[in-house]
Design a protein around this ligand. Structure first.
Ligand SMILES: [Zn+2]
Length: 507
């Protein structure tokens, strides 16, 4: 990259403009991190304004016609460069993002951001009050704004396509419909077979575990798994997230419940997986749109791989069980490793997505995905959404939420963003976690033994080489083919469930 940048003033100018935009976005990210961790509540109005100002400046700089001209001028050079070079990738991906950004009028973005704040506020009141009528008018407006957003992208096949494409580039409503239908067909019988058997006893996880001990234990685990506290840190928050300010500063957050041991532990490991991905971008990609993860689904594959495939596995607990017992001797001394393993992998049909186990989780997502399509297509009116929600929980999970708080009001997404493209990334992440891990196992069959020894670096390095270093250079489709030799598939995930849960239950 160095040599070309030196010899080519246009490419140097592109890089310098993108660095400036990245600096503004990163500064906004620091303000957001502060808001979500330590800021006193009274600071929120001013902080909202400061964030909006910075984002507005970054958006103006990114949609500057001069940047468009620069990208146009660089077209011929791009054609001469190898497709996977940093330079060609930078021009290609920036052009894609630029075209996407200039499609949407600034006036619309301003309307959306005002509406978002009002809608979020209504949701924050509606959920504890268990009152859908508070959000209904807001959600109706969200739906029409989502449809309007789609209209800025002419030529789509399904109205959800532009919304899906923003999160998971290259996927469409049609391809996801097929995927979710296949997945439901395979999952429902597995869930029914498990539900017919006596459930695991998870009471060992629901004693009292002091917050400070839990936090210390998560740090112990994160250190052992290779999270570098020189390039990140962990703080407490309400809804855990990962945020990066540069390739060398990617922070995670966690949430502790004193009556639930899995909460902080698995949420920390989940966010660590996201952080590994961001920390792993090649240094040459710093401060460009190529740094960081390529899509919602691939990002989630890394959090789910470390959280579920690794940290809910037997080899992992052969290594860590003595340590967690030593940390919580009173609570866990008389609990056998097998009881603990069964408890952290308990399968249960529950109304809440974020509490769902690996087996039922994707059924929650399929419901949301189908409802999004129905709303966008105009087949489902917002006023009928709570009933449609409850009906799908009855048919797919065999339970009916007791009220809207544990039903349609449970997730923030529709109340703080668009309707469309909000949820498929979670399922893609689950599917890809298994698909990537299968590929890693093919290359390094000794991974489970290494994990049992507490050695996480062979797996980490394999992911670093094959996925992390590339940042967003390749599309998700290209990356998945490159890493696994096949397109996205539900088969590795179903194999993973059958192996793991076939041993825990009779399937
Ligand atoms: Zn995640």
């Amino acid at each position: 990259m160095q040599t070309l940048t030196k010899t080519d003033p246009k490419l140097a100018e592109l890089r310098s403009r993108l660095t400036e935009i990245d600096d503004i976005n990163s500064a906004a990210a620091v303000l957001y991190w502060d808001q979500a961790t330590y800021m006193p509540a009274a600071g929120s109005a001013a902080r909202g304004r400061q964030l909006a100002t910075l984002r507005q400046i970054a958006h103006e700089k990114f949609t500057d016609p001069a940047l468009g001209q620069l990208l146009e001028d660089l077209k011929s050079q791009e054609a001469d460069l190898p497709y996977d070079s940093d330079e060609a990738s930078l021009i290609r991906i920036t052009r894609r993002d630029y075209e996407r950004a200039v499609n949407v009028p600034a006036e619309f973005m301003a309307r959306v951001s005002r509406h978002r704040a009002e809608s979020y506020d209504a949701w924050a009141r509606a959920r504890p009050a268990n009152d859908f009528s508070i959000v209904q008018p807001h959600l109706e407006k969200t739906l029409s704004l989502s449809q309007e957003l789609a209209s800025f992208y002419p030529g789509y096949e399904h109205i959800a396509d532009p919304l899906i494409d923003r999160a998971d580039y290259g996927l469409t409503a049609a391809s996801l419909k097929t995927l979710f239908a296949q997945l439901r067909r395979q999952l429902i019988p597995i869930v029914e077979a498990i539900a017919a058997q006596p459930g695991a006893d998870a009471s060992c996880l629901h004693q009292t575990f002091a917050e400070s001990d839990q936090l210390e234990f998560t740090v112990q685990v994160l250190n052992a798994m290779g999270y570098d506290f020189q390039r990140g840190r962990q703080d407490k928050t309400l809804h855990p997230f990962t945020i990066g300010f540069s390739i060398d500063d990617v922070r995670i957050t966690t949430r502790v419940k004193e009556d639930s041991l899995p909460e902080a532990l698995f949420s920390s490991v989940h966010e660590m997986g996201h952080a590994f991905y961001e920390l792993g971008s090649a240094k040459a990609l710093e401060a460009t749109p190529l740094a960081g993860g390529v899509s919602a689904g691939v990002h989630e594959s890394q959090s789910r791989l470390w959280e579920n495939v690794v940290a809910r596995s037997r080899p992992f607990w052969r290594h860590f069980y003595p340590q967690i017992q030593a940390r919580f001797p009173q609570q866990l001394q008389s609990v056998s490793p097998e009881t603990f393993y069964q408890a952290i992998n308990k399968v249960e049909r529950s109304p809440i997505r974020t509490d769902a186990d690996e087996v039922t989780y994707n059924l929650h997502i399929a419901i949301r995905f189908d409802l999004e399509l129905a709303m966008l297509e105009g087949r489902l009116a917002i006023r009928d959404l709570p009933d449609a929600w409850n009906e799908r929980y009855r048919t797919d999970l065999g339970i009916v939420p007791r009220n809207d708080s544990e039903g349609v009001l449970q997730d923030v997404h529709w109340y703080h963003s668009y309707i469309g493209g909000q949820f498929q990334g979670y399922t893609l992440g689950n599917l890809l976690s298994a698909q990537f891990f299968e590929a890693a196992m093919k290359a390094l069959p000794d991974i489970p033994n290494q994990i049992e020894q507490g050695n996480f670096s062979p797996l980490h390095q394999w992911l670093q080489r094959n996925i992390y270093q590339h940042g967003s250079k390749f599309t998700p489709t290209e990356l998945i083919e490159q890493v696994t030799g096949s397109p996205l598939s539900i088969d590795p995930f179903i194999r993973y469930l059958q192996d793991k849960y076939g041993e825990l239950y009779t399937l």
